[in-house]
Design a protein around this ligand. Sequence first.
Ligand SMILES: Cc1ncc(COP(=O)(O)O)c(C=O)c1O
Length: 384
Amino acid sequence: MKQLSLLDLRSEFSLFADDVRRAVYDVLESQQFIGGPAVTELEQKLAERLHVGHAVAVSSGTDALLCSLMALGVGHGDEVVLPAFTFFATAGVVARLGARPVFVDVDPRTFNIDPERIADAISDKTSAILAVHLFGQCAEMDAINGITSAREIPVLEDAAQAIDATYKDRPACSLGRVACLSFYPTKNLGGFGEGGMILSNDDNIAEMARRLRNHGESAERYIHCEVGGNFRLDTLKAAILLVKLRKLDEFTARRRRNAQIYDVLLEGSGVTTPHVGNDRKHVYHQYSILCDRRDGLRSFLSERGIGSGVYYPVPLHLQPCFAELGYTRGDAPVAEDLCNRILSLPCHPMLSDDDVHRVAACVHEFCGTTMPSREAVAQQDLAV
Ligand SMILES: Cc1ncc(COP(=O)(O)O)c(C=O)c1O
């Protein structure tokens, strides 16, 4: 039985292995391993692609968030508002700066921060809102910017999972004051190792981020006006990302096609398929369904050679390291419910239509329901 994993990075690699080898060899020949033309080219290409003035390559998505908050001056005594349902890094960076994460419940349909709850979470200590574009779908950015603009609170986009997603035809990363990408190997644009990018139209923030990634060094060598860190992206990783970037459109289209097929085939199964706002382009970093018998479904799929993932099993307000913040069960009921019912199905670009059919058929078998016919899929206007 062919194994259908949640990811298939080995097959993806086979599509560009020769180009990667050439790019790595060129960097080795140059003997320049920090900065250089590959890093600059990656920054320029992503700034252009995502319609922002500046892109600053850094060492990971986490460091992109950390460095962005530092550039905004967030620190001790400040509060940062963020969703209760996201990857840990989004909140971890806030706490590491001595600021307080203020957790807000999420929208039960999009899983993104619920704008209606943000106003109540804002205080005179709020120094930023961190909106996460979870699983590859943009948060409700107009509503979020509307709440914060009168109070001049900067909005950060955590777009780690959402490169090339759009909101009202505008790309993720161009929608707030500053945005962050992750190039963690499993991300839609995944590198060979850690990596990230800070994007902003704000000249001062970009300038500050450039200094902070290099220990806060000013234009004058060995003079440090701020304390930064070593948040630099390696040249080798940038060169490999440039090769992988050439395939991003094709890979995203394939993810979207897989999702469209699932949407049709899972109809009538009783599981809830992802809701996509009609002003948004979802890039399906994860295709996450809701199922009341989630753990049973997961084991059932696993026994049939199909991988799946639980992102995320515990909401951030209930993480042990945040116990002292005083949150209790019931403070973010939607996030808590999602943690019990969410399941990500394989949606990576190496899946064939038949693979997606096989996964959907297994979901129906588990649910005791009948899958729609192949004709139902044929009637769709599929992405590729
Ligand atoms: C939503 C979100 N934020 C931040 C990060 C952190 O990125 P990285 O793993 O590159 O540090 C990730 C990815 O792991 C993520 O999914």
